[in-house]
Design a protein. Structure first.
Length: 158
């Protein structure tokens, strides 16, 4: 009888330790994914098509609601990934028909680069800043001299 109780006790302790370590790992994984999921919620992907041929892909994340403590609320800031068949700087971006005020290449060494939602390794990533205005919807327009334009719409956050 003592042998069976000892065996059950060891088995129970082993299972509790196993479940506890698995639970800790899953909570850790969920916390890492929450930043990714939050960014993904405010990310839109748009293909650039010309003559029924995909010429590029835009991957755009609205940073203000994704990282509210980090990004200045006087601007609308977007993380923009651009992949074009023949990459060139012959494009312009507008938010509610107003041109961006700054464009900064995102360094691969930043924390933000390591947490890009829907990351495309072929894209070049920028942080693009627009003056913030009161509007319910943010209509982002990407216009390329050769490939035409693509429109994306985001909710506004005050």
């Amino acid at each position: 009888m003592y042998y069976l109780l000892n065996k059950k006790f060891v088995l129970t302790i082993g299972l509790l330790v196993g479940f506890t370590s698995c639970t800790t790992k899953s909570i850790d994984l969920l916390s890492k994914d929450s930043l990714y999921n939050q960014g993904l919620e405010y990310t839109k992907i748009k293909t650039i098509v010309k003559d029924n041929d995909v010429k590029g892909i835009l991957n755009i994340t609205h940073l203000n609601p994704t990282y509210p403590k980090k990004f200045d609320n006087t601007y609308n800031q977007f993380l923009v990934g651009i992949y074009l068949d023949e990459y060139s700087e012959e494009y312009m971006m507008y938010l509610n028909k107003k041109r961006f005020i700054s464009k900064e290449l995102l360094s691969v060494n930043t924390k933000l680069f390591k947490n890009i939602p829907a990351y495309n390794p072929h894209s070049t990533y920028y942080i693009i800043k627009f003056k913030k205005e009161k509007s319910d919807k943010l209509k982002l327009n990407f216009t390329h001299a050769q490939y035409g334009s693509a429109d994306l719409e985001f909710n506004s956050f005050y």
